[in-house]
Design a protein around this ligand. Sequence first.
Ligand SMILES: CCCCCCCCCCCCCC(=O)SCCNC(=O)CCNC(=O)[C@H](O)C(C)(C)COP(=O)(O)OP(=O)(O)OC[C@H]1O[C@@H](n2cnc3c(N)ncnc32)[C@H](O)[C@@H]1OP(=O)(O)O
Ligand SMILES: Nc1ncnc2c1ncn2[C@@H]1O[C@H](COP(=O)(O)OP(=O)(O)OP(=O)(O)O)[C@@H](O)[C@H]1O
Ligand SMILES: O=C(O)CCC(=O)C(=O)O
Ligand SMILES: [Fe+2]
Ligand SMILES: [Mg+2]
Length: 334
Amino acid sequence: MQARSPTTAPGGGGRLSVLQRHLTAVPLSGQVSSATYAPNFCYTLDNDLLTTEQRQFYEENGFLVIKNLVSHKDIDKFREVFERVCKKELTAPGMVVMRDVAIAKSEFVPDQKAITKVQDFQELPELFEYCSLPQIVQYVKCFTGPNIMSMHTMLINKPPDAGKKTSRHPMHQDLHYFPFRPADRIVCAWTAMERIDRSNGCLVVLPGTHTGELKQHDYPEWEGGVNKMYHGVRDYDPSLPRVHLTMEKGDTVFFHPILIHGSGMNRTAGFRKAISCHYASSDCYYIDVKGTTQENIEKEVIELALKRYGVEEILLKDAWMAKGRLVQGERINL
Ligand SMILES: CCCCCCCCCCCCCC(=O)SCCNC(=O)CCNC(=O)[C@H](O)C(C)(C)COP(=O)(O)OP(=O)(O)OC[C@H]1O[C@@H](n2cnc3c(N)ncnc32)[C@H](O)[C@@H]1OP(=O)(O)O
Ligand SMILES: Nc1ncnc2c1ncn2[C@@H]1O[C@H](COP(=O)(O)OP(=O)(O)OP(=O)(O)O)[C@@H](O)[C@H]1O
Ligand SMILES: O=C(O)CCC(=O)C(=O)O
Ligand SMILES: [Fe+2]
Ligand SMILES: [Mg+2]
């Protein structure tokens, strides 16, 4: 791994100006791809899709935005399917439909408006289609290699904030939830289903933090409450330089599971929608999280599994084994 000098620390003037240029860059079409052999790269694999500049950007920042990757037609289709899920016209084994904590205890909330996210839709073909879109998978392969599993799926419907700031997602590292490694062979694809900016709670990232360690996570001490399992990095330092990712409908960001990120509150009256899938190489292997910072999330997952399904004696990895689905290549370890 390349050592990072203090001058390339996140938020260094040089880095941010490169970032700004990148974020306003033109769509990929027309760019010349390059299959450069790059011995110093470790977060991306040799491939003939990413330009050297794109690889370099992900290596340094831990994320990469590809404009206009998913068609509006496909997104409109996913939106319709989501609406049918909300109306309970469609369901699938294992799928979790979750309400925002601020309205979870209300006696009457009209169905569609109550839902903050749908999770684990891997058994619902109409939504799982997102995870198999060839134009997404071809990018995923640059990070995971050819044997690709989908591990976690979400359609996030960030509600207008009910006034308690519970629509925020605290700053976190997704690896906190994952009992598999190596982290560098895991990547999230997150697609904006409409224009998303600071007003409706865009993704907020801390560039370059993917080169750090997995940190201790807890529930943030938020007065208004916090959603189930929305852990945040302990002692989050709000003075760290952040980048707000403004994205248009169909734009997709690929990001590393150690990258610290979150999302702000939704100050609009609309439900901010994004669809995402976490992928991993099937060559990844499960780890035992006992005695690590991940013990607290394992405990919560075990409690939930007992409460929901009555299953006992499971480990975090058992839940993940059941969720994982092969997208391409061969299922090896996961
Ligand atoms: C397999 C491993 C998974 C690992 C995690 C994901 C990995 C992510 C990886 C990637 C990184 C991703 C990062 C991430 O995304 S982290 C977030 C991941 N979150 C989850 O996985 C949670 C998924 N949601 C659920 O399991 C259910 O919806 C829950 C259990 C929350 C409610 O269940 P259900 O919907 O059936 O409702 P109910 O009517 O039966 O209520 C039961 C109780 O729950 C209370 N309640 C209701 N809503 C909420 C709420 N929002 N916040 C807090 N509490 C809530 C409710 O008041 C009641 O309490 P009480 O009256 O009993 O006191
Ligand atoms: N104590 C905390 N612990 C963890 N994450 C936090 C904490 N406080 C705020 N965050 C997160 O930091 C990110 C940025 O928050 P912020 O409220 O600044 O975003 P915003 O609402 O999009 O922007 P702004 O309010 O500045 O216009 C969000 O993901 C938010 O959830
Ligand atoms: O707010 C979002 O859409 C992203 C939330 C997130 O980072 C996550 O669920 O892991
Ligand atoms: Fe996340
Ligand atoms: Mg704010």
